[in-house]
Design a protein around this ligand. Structure first.
Ligand code: GDP
Ligand code: K
Ligand code: MG
Length: 270
């Protein structure tokens, strides 16, 4: 089993990696960048854990950020572990949504629950799990609290694939459908690929280019057409429209799962 560890920067990824692995090694650099590739053996010998650079989204704005997309495109991982900062849910869940769309089994390690608590943020973990349709395991990676539960989850034979899916609206959904039809040769989740293409993920586009069986020009025409329509009607870019829809869904979810003490000085949407 190969598990990919993904999360925003500074969410406790290294701490969690160390808790879950007995040993690790650097297996050279990721292609094209000077970031060490770190692979660990999960305790209980249940598989390998791959440490990926922290990213806010899969649509990369730097080369380092492209590594996560590049890795997912290799289609090696059997399962994904998403570390989420409980004190910054609204920002963190953008990546979570893109990982859910990727369609592999996913479990959320809800980290920094101590920080969230000290800020007066109470999270209904069960409800969050229901909303996203994935297991959510609260942890404190710095002390190792709860990390055992993550290992136990990966010991299970049948890991859960979420049914979570966003309705991006008629125009975008139609484009997703049309692009998906042209991706028939691809092994990876077509909806995820289509959405990443619509967002302008260059790494995914480069990957599709290498597949000679796919009519890339037609895909690009669909994207350009939709981009124009969105620009006219919604006065924003296509990538922005997708982002905004996710943000709206995230806000709806947070309204259901977060309660905040009145005297706390921070808002949970920052
Ligand atoms: P990375 O940048 O995502 O790899 O995160 P690190 O593992 O380096 O952690 C960043 C900082 O957060 C470090 O100072 C950790 O000790 C701290 N940290 C990690 N997990 C927790 C946690 O659950 N609670 C608290 N309070 N601090 C944490
Ligand atoms: K760090
Ligand atoms: Mg780190």
């Amino acid at each position: 089993m190969e598990v990919a560890l993904l999360g925003n920067p500074n969410t406790g990824k290294t701490s969690l990696f160390n808790e879950l692995t007995g040993s690790y090694e650097y297996v050279g650099n990721w292609t094209g960048v000077t970031v060490d590739k770190k692979v660990g053996t999960l305790k209980k010998q249940i598989g390998q854990l791959i440490d990926l650079p922290g990213v806010y989204a899969l649509n990369p704005i730097s080369k380092d950020e492209g590594i996560a997309s590049q890795y997912l495109l290799e289609n090696r991982c059997t399962s994904t572990l998403n570390i989420v900062d409980a004190s910054g849910l609204s920002r963190n869940l953008h990546l979570t949504i893109q990982l859910l769309e990727f369609g592999k089994p996913l479990v959320i390690g809800l980290n920094m629950v101590d920080v969230a608590k000290s800020r007066g943020i109470a999270i209904d973990v069960h409800q969050l799990s229901e909303e996203l349709n994935v297991p959510v395991l609260p942890i404190i990676a710095r002390t190792g609290k709860g990390c055992r539960d993550i290992l136990d989850y990966f010991s299970l034979e049948n890991q859960h694939v979420s049914h979570f899916s966003i309705d991006y609206g008629e125009k975008i959904e139609k484009a997703i459908e049309n692009i998906s039809d042209l991706l028939h040769e691809e092994q990876l989740n077509h909806r995820w690929l289509a959405l990443q293409l619509l967002q302008g993920n260059q790494i995914v586009l480069d990957h599709i280019k290498t597949n000679k069986g796919i009519d890339l020009e037609r895909i690009q025409r669909i994207i350009q057409e939709l981009d124009k329509q969105i620009e006219e009607v919604e006065k924003c870019s296509l990538a922005r429209a997708i982002y905004s829809k996710r943000k709206q869904i995230i806000n709806d979810i947070l309204e259901k799962v977060i309660t905040k003490e009145k005297n706390s000085d921070r808002t949970f949407t920052d």
